[in-house]
Structures are given as C-alpha cells and as structure tokens.
Design a protein around this ligand. Structure first.
Ligand code: GLN
Length: 387
C-alpha cells in the first residue's frame, strides 16, 4: 500500500499540528475558521463565502456520503484549504458519484487529515480567528510560519469581484410568475434563487459591479443583496448601491454579507467577531414572533448597532437612521450578536444568517415569504401589480 504523505498545519501564533495530506498535495494559506455542521460538507466547500478561508470541520468523520452532482452551492469549491479528523475511506450513499478526496484533489484543494480538530477548534475559540498554512511539500514548521505571517489578512479583504458572476443570468420562477428580483451577486449560493423561484420569483443574478441602472433595467420589483466573502468594511460600491435602492424605496432583502451592507447603508458600522459563527444549529430569536429558530450560519463579521457588541445585550428600541427607524429583528442566543435588521420607514430587511440553509435546517425559510409579502405590499401600494 502506498505510504501516506505527511502534512503540517501551522497557525499564525505558531501552534502546529501534524497530519497527513488530504486532497491535493501542496501548500495553502487562509483564515482558519471552524464549521460545526455534522452534515453538509459539500455545500460548505462550494459556498463562495469561504473564499480565502481554511475550513476546519469539527465533525470527526467527513466524506462519508461522498460527493454528488446535486449539492454544490456554486460552480466550484471555494475553500482555501480543508482540515478534517478522519476522512471516510469508502463513501456510501445512493447519490454518491465519487469520493471527496478525489474531488478535492481534482480542484486543487490542499487539505490535511488526522488533525485533532477538537484541540484546533478550542485554540481558535480561545485565541480568536487567525491565519493558517497547510503544507504537504515542506515539513519545516518554522519556515511555514514565516509564510503564514506574510499571507493576506481577512480584515480589509475585498473579495466580491473574485467570486461574482462575470455575466448576468436568470433563474426563472416556478409555476406562475409573481415578481422579478434583481440579485446582486457578491458570492451567491444556488439555493437563494431556488427558494425565491418556489415563491414565483424570477431572479436576475447580476455581477458585483452592477449599477442602479443595471438593476432597474431588469424590470425588478425588488432587490436582493447576496452573501459573500471578505470584509464588509471594504464594500463601498455595494453600500452606495444599497443607499440608492433605499432612497428609491425599492423593496430590499439582504442575507449575511448583504445584511452587513444594508447595515452600513443605514449608517452602522461592522466589526470582526472573535471567531465567527459557522454551523447549522445556531439558535436565533425572531423578536417579532418570539420564536427561536435553529439556523445555518457562516459569518466572521457582524453589524454594530448603537449599544450592542459581541456579548452585549442588543437594544430592542427603534434606532433612528437617515432612512428612518430601524429595529434589530433577530438576535443570536449564543452571544447576542445582531442577526437581523428591519427598517420601519423603508421596505428593507435583512438577516445575518442563512434562511436558504443548504446546508442546514429550514426553520428560517419563512423569510422568503416575508420578502414576497414585502414586495406584494409595495407592488399593490404603488399600483404596479404584475400578472
Ligand atoms: N456568508 C457571508 O455572507 C459572510 C459575510 C462576511 N464575509 C462575513 O464573514 O461575515
């Protein structure tokens, strides 16, 4: 049997883990982040929001169901590197068309297996997000550490243009067409237009650099701002666009990066979380209904509203902004991070987490209904009813 090739993982603070090469042989760098999902590795790997991040899976067995032709959330794997404890040697699932290790290798994704991912996760949780390098071509941790410290930071990273679609495309509504939505692709996942299509929405997915005229030219009834990678503090272009949408009172819904952009458009700041939320069982309170949702998350930044921060209680009073009153609609029950914003005087709302799931539970699917209701109200009040 072929001898397994060794690999090392070195964190920015010098902590080193030894393991075996997994996926592609080589060297890679990125921000180390951990995902606590017990399922959904294929959706995680293909989520563009993981661009430039090295994902550590806390679930010890990865690859058990192989890979299939249906679960990709975009056209490729985006993670910069992959860290697992115990990869499946033989996948087993009726949809499986191959092994995860082969897919990682085919897409040039450098990974490492046999790592004590629990120790690594605890380290990241205690010390905070940091850069990491994985190498299966150089076994000198000190040399790798020097390269890790030269690699780019996530703070200040402007990555939307690297993941966005080059050309606009359309995802047609299922059944009777009700509305048209222009979606700004900052790193969209396929399940977003799909969830909209199920509500009779035709989605025009547009490149990150699109202008307000590009959005309006689609004949859109409403605008969607997608999730995506990078630091929202860099997204001045999309923030300006969101302000134009708010000024025109066009219904607006944003998810994750899109939520951070709306937050900035309303005049709030954003900040980097200690180690982020990434997983599929994060409890979120919907303040409008008092219901708790179990939700899918993938964010390392959050919106800073006055009086709130990580670990602080989020105010439930109306916050005055240039665009009128805004309330914090959703809060993470693990750490009180702002997970949703609702404007009261303009037709706009957002969530910081992932109602489209993929991977994850469907508790928050109702938000796509709320978007349809928002568009409907707007459409009726403006007398622009569609056939
Ligand atoms: N999934 C996302 O949209 C992530 C948004 C942003 N890049 C963050 O890490 O917070």
């Amino acid at each position: 049997m072929e001898k397994r090739r060794s690999a090392i993982l070195v964190l920015e603070d010098g902590r080193t883990f030894h393991g075996e090469a997994y996926g592609s042989v080589g060297e890679t760098f990125g921000e180390a982040v951990f995902n606590t999902g017990m399922t959904g590795y294929q959706e995680t790997l293909t989520d563009p929001s993981y661009h430039r991040q090295v994902v550590v899976q806390t679930a010890p067995h990865i690859g058990n169901t192989g890979v299939n032709a249906e679960d990709d959330e975009s056209a490729r794997i985006w993670v910069a590197g992959y860290v697992v404890r115990d990869p499946a040697r033989v996948p087993s699932n009726w949809r499986s068309t191959g092994t995860l290790a082969d897919r990682l290798a085919a897409e040039g994704v450098v990974g490492i297996s046999g790592v004590d991912t629990r120790a690594l996760t605890r380290h990241l949780r205690e010390r905070g997000a940091m850069r990491v390098g994985i190498s299966s071509v150089d076994d000198d941790p000190r040399a790798l550490l020097a390269r890790v410290r030269q690699s780019p930071q996530m703070v200040g990273a402007d990555l939307s243009a690297e993941v966005s679609t080059a050309q606009p495309y359309v995802v047609e509504a299922e059944g009777t067409h009700r509305f048209t939505v222009a979606a700004l692709d900052l790193g969209i996942k396929r399940n977003v237009p799909r969830r909209l299509a199920a509500r009779g929405v035709t989605t025009h997915v547009l490149p990150a650099g699109s202008s307000i005229d590009d959005l309006l030219a689609t004949g859109a009834d409403a605008v969607f701002f997608s999730p995506g990678p990078g630091d929202p503090a860099t997204a001045d272009g999309p923030v300006g666009l969101a302000r134009e949408v708010l000024t025109r009172r066009i219904p607006l819904f944003g998810i994750c990066f899109g939520s951070q952009i709306l937050g900035r458009a309303l005049g709030f700041g954003t900040y980097k979380l200690g180690y982020g939320h990434r997983g599929i069982n994060q409890p979120v309170l919907d303040r409008a209904t008092g219901k708790v949702e179990v939700t899918s998350h993938n964010h390392g930044f959050a919106v800073q509203v006055p009086g709130a921060g990580q670990g602080a209680v989020v105010p439930d009073q109306v916050i005055d902004t240039e665009f009128g009153g805004v309330e914090v609609s959703h809060v993470c029950l693990n750490d009180n991070v702002v997970e949703g914003l609702r404007a009261l005087d303009v037709p706009a709302f957002t969530v910081q987490y992932h109602p489209e799931a993929a991977a994850g539970p469907h508790d928050a699917d109702y938000l796509f209904d709320r978007f349809a209701e928002l568009i409907e109200g707007r459409t009726h009040s403006e007398g622009r009813a569609h056939a």
